[in-house]
Design a protein around this ligand. Structure first.
Ligand code: GLY
Ligand code: MN
Ligand code: MN
Length: 440
């Protein structure tokens, strides 16, 4: 059975977006269904912006917000959807159809998706600008530019060109950057479920298991406890595999004496967690692993302690780079003067990524990082990860042999509050003693 009503916040978001630019039209196509091979599709997930503005879950759909002079609103919400099709629904499942979409999703009008190209030009009367993301889907681009050309011609001999087309990601991105209470609830839940899955993985990892078994365990724990899917492909990287930042093959045996790095996050109601923990495959960290781990842990904890409204976002990365550089000096992996090493980015040999990113419906979520050429200041309602790490490549012959192949990252999800922050993923331990206690 398809859900029969939809929360009011979707409509409110369309109203907020419309008020930003009453004379503009906003177009949001759905994601496309991608074919894997004959009769098999990749799992479909709705485009995050279309979900954010409608909650409509089906492919072959298209939201148009069109300016109106009707009292009490700036735009009419029009959704183009697949028609009901009893034959196809036997194979692919129930569809809302044109009437179902109208009554369930609070639209002003709904039409069959086949009518998009014919109807849009006549619905666009008075539109002076269109927000539409170009260069994402070529075939949709062709359709939209044809629509815009037909609209231009319908204006008669005006001498005007095609109306400006502007990417909507900035407008919607700035809305999505600040999480509303319902979004915070979903992020909190995603964080809690994902944290429990990481705890299970810590407890159940044993030497001799394969990385794939742990990936499957995490998948099961997340999806059976309230996540509809994962927010990205899990990284389950034993030993030296942890030094490959986007390791995805997850198919090697886990060895006693090695560390295991897991980067995995479940998605709850379209909002994802993004957690990394690194822990021993066996029972205990070796002394060397412990010293290396503690450098990353200090960087992570000190960065989290900084978070409160008003600090520049880049301060977090700068702080991580400073602490990691001092740690690399104390470990003997770098030599020289700390200040000079930071200035010359020497740490990048062992720390080649940033210290985090915005988090929300997308794991690398939208929103501007810079405003007027300067780092944006952190504000309440923003959510981002903090994820320092250190990696010594196995082939780094300049590094002492005992460090080669070590990779540690620790990643938590942070919600900025009025006075500081809430760590949404705090339920998964990161202190060495707590991790070892779980494994004893
Ligand atoms: N899991 C992707 C990231 O940490 O950015
Ligand atoms: Mn991340
Ligand atoms: Mn991650």
């Amino acid at each position: 059975m398809l859900p029969a009503n939809i929360p009011a916040y979707f409509k409110k978001r369309r109203e907020i977006l419309g008020k930003k630019e009453p004379q503009a039209a906003f177009f949001f196509p759905s994601n496309r269904e991608l074919i894997r091979n004959d009769d098999v599709h990749y799992d479909f997930r709705q485009d995050s912006n279309l979900h954010y503005l409608t909650g409509f879950p089906e492919p072959e759909s298209f939201l148009a917000l069109l300016p109106t002079s009707e009292a009490g609103k700036t735009h009419r919400s029009i959704l183009f959807v697949r028609k009901k099709n009893p034959e196809r629904e036997i194979w692919d499942g129930e569809r809302y159809g044109v009437e179902g979409a109208l009554s369930t999703f609070g639209m002003d009008a709904t039409y069959p998706i086949e009518e998009l190209d014919a109807r849009l030009p006549e619905l666009m009367k008075g539109v002076e600008k269109v927000y539409y993301r170009v260069n994402f889907d070529e075939s949709m681009d062709r359709r939209i530019f044809e629509v815009l050309e037909r609209y231009r011609r319908s204006q008669g001999r005006s001498g005007r060109g095609v109306i400006p087309v502007v990417d909507p990601r900035e407008q919607v991105g700035e809305m999505r950057l600040f999480k509303a209470p319902e979004e915070i609830e979903f992020l909190r839940k995603a964080g809690q479920i994902s944290a429990r899955a990481h705890v299970e993985a810590m407890k159940r990892t044993k030497p001799g298991m394969n990385e794939l078994e742990i990936e499957a365990l995490i998948d099961y724990e997340m999806r059976s406890k309230g996540c509809q899917r994962l927010g990205y492909g899990s990284i389950v990287a034993g030993g030296k595999n942890a030094t490959c930042l986007h390791y995805r093959s997850n198919n090697e045996t886990l060895n006693d004496g090695d560390l295991l790095l897991i980067d995995a996050g479940g998605e709850h109601q379209y909002y994802t967690a993004d957690i990394t923990r690194t822990f021993p495959v066996g029972r205990k960290f070796t002394d060397l692993q412990a010293k290396f781990y503690d450098v990353v842990l200090k960087a992570e904890k000190d960065c989290i302690a900084l978070v409160k409204p008003g600090i520049a976002y880049t301060t977090i990365h700068q702080t991580a780079c400073e602490i990691l550089t001092e740690g690399l000096l104390s470990l003997g992996l770098l030599k020289g003067n700390a200040k000079e090493l930071i200035q010359s980015n020497a740490f990048r040999r062992f720390y080649p990524h940033g210290t985090g990113h915005y988090l929300g419906m997308d794991v690398h979520d939208c929103g501007l990082y810079m405003l007027n050429g300067e780092s944006r200041k952190i504000e309440a309602g923003m959510c981002f990860t903090i994820e320092p790490g250190l990696y010594v490549q196995p082939g780094d012959m300049e590094a002492p042999a005992e460090f080669r192949g070590l990779g540690v990252r620790i990643e938590d999800d942070i919600l900025v509050t009025a006075t500081g922050c809430e760590v949404l993923t705090k339920d998964v331990p990161k202190e060495r003693a707590e991790i070892e206690a779980l494994k004893s």
